[in-house]
Design a protein around this ligand. Structure first.
Ligand SMILES: Cc1cc2nc3c(=O)[nH]c(=O)nc-3n(C[C@H](O)[C@H](O)[C@H](O)COP(=O)(O)OP(=O)(O)OC[C@H]3O[C@@H](n4cnc5c(N)ncnc54)[C@H](O)[C@@H]3O)c2cc1C
Length: 409
């Protein structure tokens, strides 16, 4: 087990500086354009692929870093560049993690390379769980997967929504109900291979922020996938369902629910790190502006009313990073999340990003309200962090339930 450390090692510092260079030289200068175009920034993804940032190798290296700091460090730097473009770059990784965590070695080897494509022909992947009537309430999911034993195929039907890269992905990972009696324990994940008939894109959403990231509905109408596309395989699913049925019969559902939480606790700090990146970017612009903008014959930072805001902004950002790093270290080292520390980090970092970017807009005055300066975009972008990967209310619910052991509603 790696000791918890707040100091990046030399290798990590090198990677951080390299990522920061890419974020500063390639991502940030392209941010305003792709925000306006509201389209996937394929040329930037391709650039990231060429230098090795958009690849499974890079993602896996950070993911398996024993200090736990690899992923949060990478997320912070890329999202410091721009949230919408960075999400276009890391969105595939989020889908790939679903396969890495639950897939067999064969599935990992077959599908993950197809999620990324190669530098000359980049591809993206999508993770489709949310539905119009199943957002926070994942157990209400309706998309069904029915096994056709004669053909050894699964037949998928339903409508997914809010899927990052949905419809434009080469590979979609779709969560569907295989046993409706078991709530979220009756769900399974499926690979939907490229060009599968029956999968189509529904509406593409026009969004408030992260507009360079494509978000759309994904419609599944009798989409047939081979039996081998069930992540983890049929035998493992049957065993898992049998165990869940036994537990449900024995009235032991609560333990099942708690066990399921560990996955989210481990993935949420990564979203917290994205929020830290956006918050830090806005804070830096605001600090610079406050030191150079003069009113009443002196820089505006000369007023405590402005300076103290900047002091609070930086304090919150550093506190958020510490919570994120702690939770990431816990996840990688298999520590039990006895106080829902992963949810805590996501809650605090995302609320911090919303607040800090609003403060940055205020510090820039009229300029902060225009698209001439990046804080206007950063403020719009920051609003996503308290919504996706579990809203702030859901994080509070998870933390409160974990602390009290009660099923607070
Ligand atoms: C840009 C974007 C990208 C996304 N990407 C993906 C993706 O790639 N894949 C994917 O599967 N999903 C994705 N999502 C979906 C996202 O995870 C959901 O939007 C989120 O889980 C919230 O669900 P909802 O929108 O249905 O809101 P709802 O669940 O309807 O919530 C509405 C409000 O009610 C509150 N609320 C709900 N239940 C409770 C409760 N019990 N107690 C207190 N308050 C409550 C919520 O906090 C929220 O404020 C994305 C969403 C967006 C906007």
């Amino acid at each position: 087990m790696a000791e918890f450390t707040m100091e990046l090692n030399d290798e990590q510092k090198e990677v951080r500086d390299w990522l920061h260079g890419f974020a500063a030289d390639v991502i940030r200068p392209a941010a305003a354009e792709w925000d306006e175009r509201e389209e996937t920034p394929w040329p930037v993804i391709q650039e990231a692929a060429k230098v090795g940032i958009y690849s499974l190798d890079f993602y896996a290296q950070q993911y398996f870093d024993p200090t736990g700091l690899g992923i949060p460090m990478a997320m912070e730097e890329l999202f410091w560049g721009d949230a919408g473009i960075a999400l276009s770059i890391v969105g595939t990784g989020l889908a790939a993690v679903g396969v890495l965590a639950n897939g067999t070695e064969e599935q990992i080897g077959t599908w993950i390379p197809q999620m990324y494509g190669d530098a000359n022909d980049v591809k993206v992947a999508a993770f489709c769980s949310s539905e119009p009537d199943a957002g926070s309430d994942v157990a209400s999911m309706r998309t069904r997967a029915v096994y056709d034993e004669a053909k050894d195929e699964w037949v998928l039907n339903g409508t997914k929504t809010w899927a990052t890269n949905g419809g434009i992905a080469n590979v979609h990972v779709v969560v569907a109900v295989v046993d409706s009696e078991l709530g979220s324990k009756g769900h399974a994940s499926f690979i939907v291979p490229p060009n599968t008939p029956g999968l189509s894109q529904g509406q593409k959403f026009k969004k408030h922020g992260i507009r360079a990231s494509h978000t759309a509905e994904v419609v599944l109408e009798n989409a047939r996938v081979p039996g081998s596309c069930l992540l983890g395989g049929k035998e493992k699913l049957d065993e898992r369902l049998a165990r869940a049925r036994e537990r449900a019969k024995a009235g032991n559902g609560e333990r099942v629910k708690n066990a399921a939480m560990a996955t989210f606790e481990a993935s949420r700090p990564a979203v917290g790190a994205m929020a830290v990146g956006t918050a830090r970017a806005a804070y830096e612009v605001a600090l610079d502006y406050a030191m150079t903008r003069e009113q009443f014959g002196r820089p505006i930072i000369d007023n405590q009313g402005v300076a103290f805001q900047l002091a609070d902004m930086r304090t919150s950002i550093d506190a958020a990073r510490l919570l994120v790093w702690r939770a990431s270290w816990m996840a990688v080292n298999g520590k039990q999340f006895t106080a829902a520390e992963g949810s805590m980090s996501k809650l605090f970092a995302s609320e911090t990003a919303k607040k800090v970017t609003a403060q940055a807009v205020q510090i820039l005055g009229g300029n902060g309200y225009t698209r001439e300066y990046p804080v206007e975009r950063m403020h719009r972008d920051a609003a996503i962090y308290t919504i996706f990967e579990g809203t702030s209310e859901i994080q509070r619910l998870v933390i409160a339930r974990t602390l009290s052991g009660m099923s607070i509603r």
